[in-house]
Write a protein that binds this ligand. Sequence first.
Ligand code: AMP
Length: 406
Amino acid sequence: MALKYLDQLDLKDKRVVARFDFNVPLKEGRKKMVISDSTRIDLALDTIRFILDQGASKLVLMSHLGRPKGKRVDSMSLEPVADYLAKELGKDVILTESCTDRGIKTVLGLSTTKIVLLENLRFHNEEVNNDPDFAKTLASYGDVYINDAFGAAHRKHASVHAINLFFKNKAAAGFLMQKELKALDKVLHKPSKPFVAVIGGAKVSDKIKIIEALLPKIDQLIIGGAMAYPFLAAKGIEIGDSLCPAEDVNLAKNILKAAGADKISLPKDHIVATSLDDPSPKQHSQISIEPGHMALDIGENTLADYGSKITRAKTVLWNGPMGMFEKEAFSKGTFGMARALAELSSRDPEAFTLVGGGDSVSAIKKAGLADKVSHVSTGGGASLEYIEKGSLPGVQALRFGLESTN
Ligand code: AMP
């Protein structure tokens, strides 16, 4: 069954209850918490404006923020989100006390009320427990349900999963969800070849599933970051004091065996340091690293090699940094890869470049190149799980609906 999209539902005079991912970073302001990056809310605005323009009678917005673990935590209130939305939309946005207080129905009954934001869903344990009664209460606020929270679609939580029990044929995906799924489907099901995956970050064990899922589909696997060192160790190369958990070496051995040697690219030179605070890290032009030194970024020859493989690709998926990019001294490899993806996309309009996963997303943003690649996924965990499994619990429930087991 095809997934229904927002523009396929009749919203006129309907009460719409809609799930978004407003899980934005907050910092302490002078009097209250303030939003330090509004990207996730900004990306929801198209869906929100569309619902209002279609003549919905009420719009009830839902989201989680942080991990308050089932109780009210004032610093995780959605109040800054309500203020931001009101400013962007130029309309009143009423924030509720909780997701279940009786006053919500009264407020929704007022002709003057149009937009209501429910307080943080995760102030209630029932949200993460996928509680059907809690879902029923949320569902009672709307005639139709929209899910635009791609970043939460890998969770089996009440507002993205159990709630679908109550909206058979009256549920649809929002525009952001649609865009995310389209981008991932393109990479997973119809990648133009050559298809290159760039996987970096800290640990092989964290990325093993995505690597296994990708290997049959890709032409090249480029490996960077700390997770390159178990691969070099597995090939018998000296890696000095570079990060290298023993269990990762075994995983790396298996991947090398399964993939065939020429499908996997590994660093051939490095930026090394004697410690994380070494004031003078060095370009190290050999592949092997002596004891007392650790590799914290890919070297210049490796970057050139990886860059040229990206230049020839038609599809690139990037997840995970090439080094400890948070420190400037070890950021060249990661920012260099960000540039390589951006240059490919601007030179070849047919090439598709997708960045997914928390750290590579923050790297591409930091490099100022987020709008130069084809797609930057807003959901780190969700995009990885979608690549691994080809579906997400929240998307499955939205697509097929849920039957009550009672
Ligand atoms: P992940 O969350 O698995 O994508 O890992 C990202 C983290 O890996 C970042 O915080 C990086 O600083 C870290 N990292 C990347 N390369 C290295 C390296 N060569 N040595 C130590 N840490 C690294």
